[in-house]
Design a protein around this ligand. Structure first.
Ligand code: GDP
Length: 298
C-alpha cells in the first residue's frame, strides 16, 4: 500500500494535491467543476471520463447535499472507484496448464521488464515458468531475455533464426513436455500504424492457437502510462489484431498521467491485470481499484 502511494506519487501530486485545495471551499459550484475539469484533463483522465465524473459529482452533490470538503472528495473518489472497479479482474493462471500468456506492445513500453517481473511473481506462487523469446526482430531482446532467464533459473526457449510464431510454438510444446505451469511469450514491439507488423502479430496468435486450441489464455498488452491518451489507440488497434484480454500499465511511477486508467475504463475497457511502479523486479502490482483510488486521493 505504501509503495503504491509512492509509485503513484507524480499522478497524486497532480491530482490529489490539487483537488484538496479545490475541495477546501466546501461547495460544488460551477467554478469548482471547471477547475476540477482542468485537473482531471491534465491527469489524462480524458474528456469522456472527465465528463462522466463531473456529472456523477454534480448529481451526488445535489442528491446528498454535499457541503464539506471531505464529503465532496469522497463523492468524487467513490465515482472514480465505481468507474475503475470493473477493470479489476485478477488473472487465474491455474485454469490451464500450461497457461499461455502472449505479450504485445510498442517498443519500449516495458514488455521485457514486465516479463521478468511476472516470471518472478508466478514463481513466488510456486508455479514453474518458461519464457519464449518471441521478439525475433532484435537479437538484443533475445539476449536480454536469455540473460535474465539464466540469472533467475528460468528456461528460455529461443532460436538463432526463425520467426516469432515458430519460437512460441516450440515453447508451448516444450512447456507441455516439461509440465510447466506458465508460458510467457514475448513478441517484437510494433506500432499500431505498422500494418504489416500488426498482420504479423495476428498470425503469431493464430499459430499459438494451433499449438493449443485454447491458447493464448491471456493476451496481455503492455502500455506505458506516460503515453497518456495515445494508449487508447494502442488498446484499440492491438485488440483488433490479437483480441487483447488484459493490460499491464507500466511506468506509473514516472508519470503524472495515471488518470489514463479512467479513460481506458470509459473508452476501451480491458482488465488491468497489473501495474508497473518502478524498474525493479518487484515493482509490479496486481491492479486493485480501491488501493489505486486511495493512493490517488490520500
Ligand atoms: P520493451 O521494449 O517493451 O521490452 O521495454 P523494456 O522492458 O526494455 O523497458 C523499457 C524501459 O522502461 C527500461 O528502461 C525499463 O527499465 C523501463 N521500465 C519498464 N517498466 C517500468 C516501470 O514500471 N517503471 C519505470 N520507471 N520504468 C519501467
Amino acid at each position: 500500500r505504501y509503495r503504491l502511494k509512492s509509485g503513484l506519487s507524480r499522478t497524486r501530486a497532480q491530482f490529489g494535491g490539487r483537488l484538496k485545495s479545490l475541495f477546501s471551499r466546501g461547495t460544488v459550484d460551477e467554478q469548482l467543476l471547471e477547475e476540477l475539469e482542468a485537473v482531471l484533463l491534465t491527469s489524462d483522465v480524458g474528456l469522456d471520463a472527465t465528463q462522466h465524473l463531473l456529472y456523477q459529482l454534480k448529481a451526488r452533490a445535489k442528491r446528498d447535499k454535499l457541503a464539506t470538503p471531505e464529503a465532496i472528495q469522497k463523492a468524487l473518489s467513490d465515482a472514480m472507484y465505481e468507474l475503475l472497479q470493473p477493470l479489476e479482474e485478477a488473472l487465474d493462471v491455474q485454469s490451464h496448464k500450461p497457461f499461455v500468456i502472449m505479450i504485445a506492445g510498442v517498443n519500449g513500453a516495458g514488455k521485457t521488464t514486465s516479463i521478468g517481473k511476472l516470471a518472478k511473481h508466478f514463481q513466488a506462487q510456486g508455479l514453474s515458468v518458461l519464457l519464449a523469446a518471441g521478439d525475433t526482430f532484435r537479437a538484443a531482446a533475445r539476449e536480454q531475455l536469455q540473460t535474465w532467464g539464466e540469472r533467475n533459473k528460468v528456461t528460455v526457449i529461443a532460436q538463432q533464426s526463425g520467426d516469432s510464431a515458430a519460437v512460441i510454438f516450440d515453447a508451448i510444446a516444450a512447456a507441455r513436455a516439461r509440465g510447466i505451469d506458465v508460458v510467457l511469450a514475448d513478441t517484437a514491439g510494433r506500432l499500431p500504424t505498422q500494418l504489416h507488423l500488426m498482420d504479423e502479430i495476428a498470425k503469431v496468435r493464430r499459430v499459438i492457437q494451433k499449438a493449443d486450441p485454447s491458447a493464448p489464455h491471456e493476451t496481455l498488452l503492455v502500455i506505458d502510462a506516460s503515453f497518456g491518451q495515445n494508449s487508447l489507440q494502442q488498446v484499440m488497434a492491438f485488440d483488433k489484431a490479437i483480441k487483447v484480454s488484459g493490460l499491464v500499465l507500466t511506468k506509473l511511477d514516472g508519470t503524472a498521467k495515471g488518470g489514463v486508467v479512467a479513460a481506458i475504463a470509459r473508452q476501451c475497457p480491458k482488465p488491468v491485470r497489473y501495474i508497473g511502479v518502478g524498474e525493479g523486479i518487484d515493482d509490479l502490482r496486481p491492479f486493485h481499484a480501491r488501493d489505486f483510488v486511495d493512493a490517488l486521493f490520500e
